[in-house]
Write a protein that binds this ligand. Structure first.
Ligand code: GRF
Length: 200
């Protein structure tokens, strides 16, 4: 009797390219299956892509809650808890979550961040790496904790910074690695293995 697959909810804010790779990876003998794609933006184009793959979706627009983060999160929790997720993956999700929300999913919420954490938490990571003259950049999948972009790393992928790189060209190179790293980390994490993934 094989164990029931782990139920994975994925939160997005936009195109959801990482979400797509996660959904596409959860097939066959993968120990997890997607049960919900949830967005803070009803117009997020990732929602239609998820529906096309047969994944249930929901959206809770954060704008009517302007400023009342707790009220937005209470609304967000409705469809999220209804999906009974074992694991929550933030994938291009651009809202900062409160410690109370994060605590509900302690040890089972992941995020992908486009830098080699602990370098460059927050925004504009690629431009900051270029401005610093870094020889390499990359992305990190980490457990989400109350401290923004600071939870234990579950995987990292490195790319070279090339002469003439712009934030856009570097971002594209890193994104291609995000699409390999996140599915690799999720598969290991869903199997109960927290050994960090390192790419290439
Ligand atoms: C990517 O740059 C990723 O690093 C960050 O959100 C951006 C968009 O991701 N987490 P996606 O295409 O919506 O997955």
């Amino acid at each position: 009797m094989t164990a029931a697959p782990r139920r994975v909810a994925i939160l997005i804010s936009g195109g959801g390219s990482n979400m797509l790779r996660l959904v596409e990876s959860m097939v066959g003998d993968h120990p997890a299956r997607p049960v919900l794609v949830l967005s803070n933006d009803p117009a997020a184009t990732g929602l239609e892509k998820a529906r096309a793959l047969g994944v249930p979706t929901a959206a809770v627009d954060h704008r009517p809650f302007a400023g009342d983060r707790a009220a937005f999160e209470a609304a967000l929790l409705q469809p999220l808890l209804a999906a009974r997720p074992d694991i929550v993956c933030l994938a291009g999700f651009m809202r900062v979550l409160t410690p109370d929300f994060v605590a509900r999913f302690a040890g089972r919420m992941l995020n992908i961040h486009p830098s080699l954490l602990p370098k460059y938490p927050g925004l504009h990571t690629h431009q900051r790496a270029l401005d610093a003259g870094d020889a390499e950049a990359g992305c990190t999948v980490h457990e989400v904790t109350a401290d923004l972009d600071a939870g234990p790393a579950l995987g990292q992928a490195r790319v070279p910074v090339l002469p003439g790189d712009s934030a856009d060209s570097l971002s594209a190179r890193v994104l291609a690695m995000e699409h390999r790293l996140y599915p690799a980390v999720l598969r290991r994490f869903a199997a109960g293995d927290r050994t960090p993934v390192s790419l290439p």
